[in-house]
Ligand binder design. Structure first.
Ligand code: FMN
Length: 365
């Protein structure tokens, strides 16, 4: 069923190529301060998506591509394409940045951010703010299309700013400018990260634009991915927070669609994943305290599927340093025979990642 649906995805370069299994495309969502080189490498080891997208490069008058984001592309060893995401609205500087990035042969292509919901971002008319200015998006898409070779320009958008009334007009612009692929996060900018995902809006996008559409928003498991693909007719799924929680999710989707047994990670596997994060997701100049705080950012999502009462989350948040933090991990994930227990496939109802990771403050410009 899915290969037929995927047939519109005819990439002109290798960068949008589907996996050999011809299952749906899977994409790791761009996440600021999360999807750096260390996290992409870890995800690659657990089962890489079809492609990656970086967190956004900021574009303005004095900007230069941030070295740490560029590193996540040029030093990437996962063997999968990595797209560079840009946030900005100034046409000359967006064109300049595209040219600078495309000098690096490792850059698969350029993705435009039309969704970041942080007020300090959208007030500058970038990210989700672009969804209030159709004429400017028309001009911006035209300029970026000209600046990017065929097959190397994608857009990630939400379904509107406050409501969806302009969504069809924005979709028409994707066709007008020959965007190569469109990712739709099925929430408005005002819907932030918790409002119900409007999968019908993604269905509308998949049915109306010429390019392939990737569905994004609350794809929590391989089972949910299958439902979302069936419901929306999208060519693939993009996954963010639930890939932090479950780094095997792309592998599981691949296995499900190719009819192979689906990997069931244990709590012991989760403990091993945490060690990889501990060794990779920090900057060299971070103090031990900051390193522990950074690891907690990831554990905040992992913890939503460790126990139904949320005890792991509660205890890990209180851990004063890295040693105490890892002891909490051992207690919940390894000791007392826990290592062999299966890791829940979906987050437990009512156990939520700490709001400050997902509120309006998520993006920093
Ligand atoms: C911590 C965090 C940082 C994010 N940073 C970005 C970003 O840099 N660019 C972007 O387009 N979206 C960003 N997003 C939004 C995600 O890419 C994605 O659209 C959203 O989380 C919904 O998908 P999910 O339900 O699979 O997490 C971020 C989300 C989170 C939670």
């Amino acid at each position: 069923m899915f290969p037929g649906r995927l047939s519109p995805l005819k990439p002109t370069t290798d960068n949008l190529k589907l996996p050999a299994s011809a299952g749906p495309a899977t994409v790791l969502a761009p996440m600021q301060d999360v999807t750096g080189l260390g996290f992409m490498t870890t995800i690659g080891e657990c089962g890489a998506p079809t492609w990656f997208v970086t967190e956004f490069f900021r574009v303005h008058e004095t900007s230069r591509p941030e070295p740490h984001i560029l590193e996540s592309i040029v030093k990437n060893t996962t063997g999968r394409p990595v797209w560079a995401q840009l946030i900005g609205e100034d046409i000359p500087h967006m064109r300049r940045t595209v040219a600078e990035l495309l000098k690096h042969r490792e850059v698969a292509g350029i993705d435009l951010n039309m969704g970041c919901p942080a007020p300090k971002v959208y007030r500058k008319n970038v990210g989700g703010g672009l969804l209030r200015d159709l004429p400017h998006v028309d001009a911006l898409l035209g300029a970026l299309r000209e600046a990017c070779p065929p097959g190397r320009f994608t857009v990630k958008m939400r379904i509107g700013f406050e409501d969806t009334r302009d969504f069809p007009a924005f979709l028409a612009l994707m066709d007008k400018h020959g965007v190569d692929l469109l990712t739709v996060h099925g929430r408005t900018v005002k819907g932030l990260y918790r409002s119900a995902v409007d999968y019908d809006a993604i269905t509308l996008a998949a049915a109306s634009v010429k390019c392939p559409v990737i569905a994004n928003g609350d794809v929590t498991s391989a089972t949910k991915a299958a439902w979302v693909l069936e419901h929306t007719g999208a060519a693939g799924v993009m996954i963010g927070r639930h890939a932090i929680r479950n780094p095997w999710i792309f592998r599981q989707i691949d296995e499900r669609f190719s009819g192979r047994p689906v990997f069931v990670p244990t709590l012991g596997d989760v403990r091993g994943y945490i060690d990889r994060l501990r060794d990779r997701v920090f900057d060299k100049d971070m103090t031990p305290f900051r390193r522990a705080a950074r690891l907690k950012k990831f554990l905040n999502f992992v913890g939503t599927a460790v126990d139904a009462e949320g005890l792991f989350l509660k205890e890990m948040r209180l851990a004063p340093d890295m040693e105490a933090l890892l002891a909490v991990c051992d207690r919940h994930l390894v000791e007392g025979g826990n290592a062999a227990k299966p890791f829940a496939d979906e987050p437990f109802a009512g156990v939520v990642a700490r709001p400050n990771c997902e509120t309006e403050q998520t993006c920093e410009l």
